[in-house]
Design a protein around this ligand. Structure first.
Ligand SMILES: O=C(O)CCC(=O)C(=O)O
Length: 439
């Protein structure tokens, strides 16, 4: 197969040969160097093993930074290798793998990018049980109890040629204390060129006052400071984006323009010492002048990235080969999370049409979301319940590794789940409802 031979070579080494490069990956148990040293271990890299009385505050880390990585692997090298081989083999038996589009799922910038929702095969179950057993203290700290529901379970695989995604978050809005938390476990060493997830800090924090958007706005702020001088703008490298037909033109609307994004990306680099992501302003003479605003979660085989669904992130560009992640998400019991994609196999979740109270409609509206409305004026949305809760772990496999019919059947690609809607025995025909824009 084309991808097996080149872009997603199945037999490529899963661990970096160079010791020093391995040691720099998150999850190698080393003390962080570079900018992250300033965080003094109170976030970003957290241990899953606790010493009495010194338990890391995982929920705090999510609040403060938006994410953390585990400072040691949650799967052994052997477990990660076995799981990786199994997931790649599952993907290779999916029809989409052979198609030119190289996309599975409803993903941002979906090229050479596959989100295969999983069944609980023997190998998947073994791996998820192990990971959850390691992360349980963290999950309990984050959710407060063991009632949180599993709402996503998939293999997220990118092949060589997968571009960096646009920056996005998985949830437009979350009500009250509800949370949706995702876990990505790298099944091979994942250096920067294998396209690890870029996660952007909430701000402010100990090493930066910049989140992604304020860093991005910095170009406009500098341009404003330079007044209407075309010469100064050119001197600062901003001429191409802010001078139109010889006249200074700085956009005022909220969103960044295509040109600004390109310029920004062209001046962003990963610091190899600590994998921080920073914008290096071309107008600064010092090569050390930079705005740190995120981290490329370049993880050692078996280590995990855990992030809150509201955290801005993107898949990095993969210029190397197969990057295989086992990923799952938990949400607060009966959570109200707007805008998420729930791609779990239908057998593991339930979808209900939940009527919206006036407050909930107002919440959705203020978050800029749409909801549905029947002709009789009842507003509703589709609510997802995970049938499996944290307290149900360890799970039992419900299918063997060898069975493959399911891979191409029952693929949930529709993030708003209308296709699934009636199958779950809910009354009413979706067509009788009109989608109304909340405004
Ligand atoms: O590839 C990644 O690490 C991020 C994936 C993601 O956020 C997406 O596909 O929407």
């Amino acid at each position: 197969m084309r991808r097996d031979a080149e872009a997603c070579k199945v037999d490529a080494p899963t661990r970096l040969a160079e010791r020093a490069a391995r040691d720099r990956l998150f999850g190698s148990g080393r003390r962080r160097a570079g900018a992250l040293a300033a965080l003094r271990g109170d976030g970003v890299a957290l241990s899953t093993t606790t010493t009495r009385g010194r338990e890391p505050r995982y929920g705090d880390a999510l609040d403060r930074y938006g994410f953390f990585v585990t400072s040691e692997p949650v799967l052994s090298e052997r477990e990660a290798d076995e799981t990786r081989a199994h997931l790649l083999s599952l993907l290779r038996s999916a029809d989409v793998y052979e198609r030119d589009e190289g996309c599975l799922g409803k993903l941002a910038d979906c090229r050479e990018r596959f989100d295969l929702s999983l069944r609980l095969t023997t190998t998947v179950t073994r791996a998820v049980n192990k990971i959850v057993s390691k992360l349980k203290p963290a999950l309990v700290d984050i959710f407060g109890d063991e009632d949180c529901e599993l709402v996503e379970l998939s293999a997220l695989i990118t092949c060589k040629g997968s571009p960096a995604q646009g920056v996005h978050s998985d949830a437009g809005g979350v009500k009250g204390d509800d949370r949706l938390v995702s876990v990505f476990v790298s099944l091979q060493d994942t250096p920067a060129n294998l396209g690890p997830t870029h996660v952007f800090f909430n701000s402010p924090n100990a090493i930066t006052e910049f989140d992604y958007y304020s860093a991005l706005r910095m170009m406009r702020t500098v341009a404003d400071e330079l007044g209407n001088s075309t010469v100064a703008l050119r001197d600062h490298g901003l001429g191409d984006i802010y001078i139109k037909q010889g006249v200074v033109s700085i956009p005022e609307d909220e969103g960044a323009t295509e040109e600004e994004l390109k310029f920004f990306d062209a001046h962003c680099r990963v610091d190899e010492r600590d994998h921080t992501l920073a914008f290096y302003p071309p107008w600064e003479s010092s090569p050390n002048a930079r705005l740190v605003f995120g981290v490329a979660a370049a993880t050692r085989q078996g280590a995990a990235l855990v992030y809150d669904s509201r955290t801005q992130h993107r898949g990095g560009a993969n210029t190397l080969g197969a990057r295989v992640q086992l990923m799952f998400s938990f949400q607060t019991k009966r959570a109200f999370v707007a805008g998420s994609t729930f791609t779990m196999r239908r057998r593991y979740h339930r979808i209900e049409r939940a009527p919206l109270t006036l407050m909930e409609r107002a919440t959705l509206t203020s978050l800029g979301h749409e909801y549905e409305k029947s002709e009789s004026g009842v507003a509703w949305y589709l609510r997802i319940f995970g049938k499996i809760r944290l307290r149900d772990f360890p799970l039992r496999a419900d299918i063997t590794d060898q069975e493959r019919e399911w891979v191409n059947a029952d693929l949930v690609q529709n993030s708003d789940n209308k296709v699934d809607f009636d199958v779950d025995g809910l009354r009413g025909d979706v067509d009788e409802f009109a989608t109304v824009k909340s405004n």
